[in-house]
Design a binder for this molecule. Structure first.
Ligand code: ZN
Length: 423
């Protein structure tokens, strides 16, 4: 992480502001601008944590903040401690402490042993959700919820990992993915927050919306790939980096006259990943002309051939490896669920789609025109003749503001659970 001080701007400043706000040190807005209010909050934090109060977030201060970003504190057990007492002090539960420290025996705590105490939320749903933040949150999940499994489906053009998370061990396998489209990055924290709430409920033996999560864990396996297009998301949220190997081409390809942060849906080579699957790909290609598309660009370019991009190949290959009974591809916006592709969907797709519609309040519909070609759910339906859905969350113009997050999560949590059990 770079050093942050008065005058710094960026998604990382938002992250620090949001943490300081959650800890009660900062009352200003989470605007990504490091002003005097942020500096004062950093000083107050530094005093409380025994650091030199210079108001600068350098390596030492960041080192102290890092576990907090990851939702926990490291605690050294003192004589007379019980897990219950520690949990009370941090406002957390014994079950969560137990889950994060395998082998810990509550009846015989060893004095001076250092344990992880999870007490803050890992996934911060009030900030721009970059690849780096997702990566750190996955690292936090690894530490705090060791019963989850993690892997990578492949790498993006620029070498970022296409991480996936596996929830459960059951025979009923489903696969959810998000952020095929760069502007639609709000779908990544949606899936990551779902993972966190699921893991927390599993650790505590709780139900969510009537679903007994430990039972669900044994009945179903949910694979989640939260960010299919990390290079594109990075371009939208962090801007075009001078060192980007496609720097000059990206400037040429963006003929909109508007910033990448407002227009870029494609991957870093200007291919729209949701038009790159081998399902009516030729139709998608032929439809480009009517949208004035002649090559790489912000949106709707299908690529030189189906599966020309490493991101779509990785999603295809992990789908083959999982062999899921049902898939959900998350996009924004419109509050609508698309369920069919060229009438190839199996009979149960409509009924399940209606149930998902009921759980979310989203409208069930069939895509028409260019949007209905060469997307992930199209390919899945064509390949497997099993239920596959594109879910468009939220309302407005992409990129949706993160202020829509609470509503989007509320609408989709029940749907995400239902899709893992419905037959
Ligand atoms: Zn989309």
């Amino acid at each position: 992480m770079r050093t942050l001080r008065t005058g710094s701007r960026g998604t990382d400043v938002k992250e620090v502001q949001s943490l300081l706000q959650r800890l009660g040190y900062y009352r200003g807005s989470i605007d990504g601008i490091f002003g005097s209010g942020t500096a004062n909050a950093v000083r107050a934090f530094q005093r409380d944590y025994g650091l030199a109060a210079d108001g600068i977030v350098g390596p030492i201060t960041f080192g102290v903040m890092e576990p907090l970003f990851m939702g926990y504190s490291v605690y050294t057990i003192k004589p007379g401690d019980t897990l219950y007492k520690i949990a009370q002090n941090y406002g957390t539960s014994v079950a969560r402490i137990m889950a994060a420290n395998p082998g810990l025996i509550p009846e015989s705590l060893q004095v001076a042993r250092r344990i992880l105490v999870p007490w803050l939320d890992v996934v911060d749903t009030r900030i721009d959700y970059t690849y780096e933040i997702m990566e750190r949150d996955i690292d936090a999940f690894r530490r705090l919820y060791p019963f989850l499994e993690f892997g990578s489906a492949g790498q993006s053009i620029l070498g970022k990992e296409l991480y996936y998370i596996k929830l459960g061990t059951g025979p009923n396998k489903v696969f959810y993915n998000g952020a095929h489209h760069a502007l639609e990055w709000i779908t990544t924290p949606l899936l990551m927050k779902f993972v966190e709430n699921y893991a927390k409920a599993y650790a505590e033996g709780r139900a969510i919306r009537g679903y007994d999560i430990r039972r669900l864990f044994e009945r179903s396996t949910i694979y989640i790939l939260p960010m299919v297009n990390p290079d594109g998301v990075d371009l939208v949220l962090n801007g075009l980096d001078r060192n980007n190997p496609y720097y000059n081409q990206l400037l040429q390809w963006n003929t909109t006259g508007r910033p990448f942060s407002q227009v870029w849906q494609a991957n870093i080579r200007g291919v729209d990943l949701n038009h790159n699957y081998d399902a009516a790909w030729q139709e998608s290609k032929e439809a480009e002309a009517q949208y004035g598309i002649t090559g790489p660009g912000p949106t709707r370019y299908s690529g030189p051939e189906p599966f020309s991009e490493p991101e779509t190949r990785a999603v295809r290959d992990i789908t083959y490896a999982i062999d899921p009974r049902l898939v959900l591809a998350y996009h924004s916006q419109g509050e609508v669920i698309y369920w069919n592709f060229m009438n190839l969907a199996p009979p149960e797709s409509l009924r399940i789609g209606q149930a998902l519609s009921g759980a979310s309040g989203y409208v069930l519909d069939q895509a028409v025109g260019i949007a209905s070609y060469a997307g992930y759910k199209d390919w899945f339906i064509q390949e497997y003749r099993r239920p596959g859905y594109t879910i468009e969350v939220g309302r407005g113009t992409n990129p949706l503001p993160i202020s829509q997050f609470p509503r989007i999560y509320e609408d989709n949590e029940g749907l995400l659970l239902l899709a893992a059990v419905i037959q």
